[in-house]
Design a protein around this ligand. Sequence first.
Ligand code: F6R
Length: 243
Amino acid sequence: MRIYKAKDYAELSRRAANIVSAHVIIKPNCVLGLATGSSPIGIYKQLIEWYKKGDLSFAEVSTVNLDEYYGLPKSHDQSYDYFMKSNFFNHIDIDHNKINIPNGLAEDVEVECTRYNQLISSFNGVDLQLLGMGNNGHIGFNEPGRAFELGTHLVELAPTTIEANARFFKNADEVPKKALTMGIKNIMSAQKILLVVSGESKAEALKNAFQGPVTPEVPASILQLHPNVTLVADEAALSKFEI
Ligand code: F6R
């Protein structure tokens, strides 16, 4: 694993954006696996800036997002579809037909999960999967204690995740209790993984993920077994890490 220690969130975002943009420049038709949440917002802002300067084009890029809340319409301002459009896709030249996000309103969840698994397989491993990590060590919405071998599935969100995400809603009651998420199996099939972690509240989970045993209790610990992981984290997130 390669580790970049950034002094703060701004530096973390620039460094990680550099890695994403390098992929797009080297392979203009690459497949990017994308994440939502607060961690990647700075990366998306930086990429938009470079696009607007004319340094970068996403015209041939395909994307596949990690997850989506179950039961929220796309138009809801907390749906991940809405998040991706407002924070990234609507500001760049991406072909909207090449954007993929699980359908949180699918009538038949099984059919939707199969569709998403087949889509990911058809890419033959996404070129670069961007990941954030929850305070409890989750990646995507793969919560502690879940099996490592799952593909895309419907998940009940952990109480700690609902609490953490309540900051985006009026209150915790409004946070959806379920989500569709890529499974660990899908995530591990990526050619390369870029994990971005910021803030002291994640320091313990980050240490456990890479300096503890590989265990479903810490979902991100599975990344120890991936051959090509880059971690970009700020000093606060790395404060418990023994380098
Ligand atoms: C988002 C996702 C989640 C987040 C994680 C961290 O698509 O899959 O795993 O990356 O919950 O969220 P933030 O960045 O808001 O701390």
